[in-house]
Every structure is written in C-alpha cells, then in structure tokens.
Design a protein around this ligand. Structure first.
Ligand SMILES: [Fe+2]
Ligand SMILES: [Fe+2]
Length: 188
C-alpha cells in the first residue's frame, strides 16, 4: 500500500491542492477557460458513474428475484462490456497522452498524476475480477441458470467496490486536473 492508496484516501491530499484552493469546484463552470473539452471529459466521468450504478442496481434487482436470469445476463453482457471497454480506453488515454501533457505544463503536480496512474492499475485488477465474474454469469445463463445466484452475489460485491473506487478516483482526478487546465488555459 502506498501513501496515497485509493482504499484509504479521503480526498485529494492537501499538498496537491495548491491550485484547487485558488480555483474551487463551484467556480469552474463560469471560468473563462472552462472549455468544451473539459466539460466533455467530466461528462465521460458521469457516464462511468451511471454505468457502474446501473450494473449494480440490475444485479440487486436480479438477486431480489425481480428479474428473469436470461434478461439479467443479456443486460450485464451489454452494459458490463460498455463499462469495462470505455474505462480502459479512457484511462489508457489519460496515462499515455493527457497526463504527460499536464505534467509538462505544470511539473508541480507530477506526484498527483502518478497517484492517479496508480489508481488506474488498481482499477485494472478490479475490472478483471468484474469481467471474470460477469462472464461466468453470462455462461451460466446458457448452461445452468440455477447456478447464477452465487456468481451474481459475488459480482454485486465487486460492483460495490467499483462504485466506491469511481467516486474517489473521478472526484480526486477532477480536483487535481481541472484547476491545472484552467490555470494554464489548456485545451481551450
Ligand atoms: Fe482516471
Ligand atoms: Fe478520467
């Protein structure tokens, strides 16, 4: 576990808030450098939160006995795949393109960006676990629907971890990144 581990963090660490203190969240929308690309990037975060909630709620509905197993498995295959594929694409782009650009613009925040990249590694492990459990549910829907319940129970736990992870990561990421973009007038 590192100093900035996502499982123990309660927000963006104070030493990374140099610009956030000058540019607090409630003023972002009206800032003259708040570009459409920033709003799109934050919109993608909103979509990840919604997809995570949707898969978790679907799983709850199924576990409560209010959903047909075939329909549950079909929705899980569709929305689970969307969640995993889009998150991989998004954080791959952040690691390889977006964060290096931010670090070049303001090297003071290298440690913060490194923290976010470490989050992405933790997220990969979580998404792998989610994918394996999700695939088992989808296979059992074909082969042995009576066995889905145990897998769905385990999957529900992983969904809860993903929601907790996304809440922390996306919020800290925005608190670090948006002030850098506004201050340096990047992506405008
Ligand atoms: Fe990220
Ligand atoms: Fe992101």
């Amino acid at each position: 576990m590192t100093q900035y581990d996502i499982t123990t963090r309660t927000g963006l660490p104070p030493e990374m808030q140099t610009l956030l203190r000058e540019l607090p969240r409630d003023g972002w929308q009206d800032h003259p450098h708040f570009a459409r690309s920033i709003s799109n990037w934050m919109g993608a975060h909103g979509m990840f939160r919604q997809l995570g909630d949707l898969v978790r709620e679907d799983t709850e509905t199924y576990l409560n006995g209010d959903e047909d197993p075939q329909r549950y498995a079909a929705r899980l295959a569709h929305f689970g795949n969307l969640l995993v594929r889009n998150l991989h694409g998004h954080h791959g782009w952040e690691d390889h393109s977006f964060f290096p650009e931010l670090e070049a613009a303001d090297p003071r925040f290298a440690k913060g960006l490194e923290m976010l990249e470490t989050d992405h590694v933790a997220l990969d492990a979580l998404l792998d676990r989610f994918t394996r459990a999700g695939n088992r549910v989808v296979q059992l829907a074909q082969l042995d629907p009576g066995q889905i319940r145990d897998e769905a129970g385990a999957l529900h736990g992983t969904c809860g971890e993903i929601s907790g992870f996304l809440n922390r990561h996306l919020s800290d990421e925005e608190d670090l990144v948006v002030p850098i973009l506004l201050h340096h007038k990047l992506r405008g």
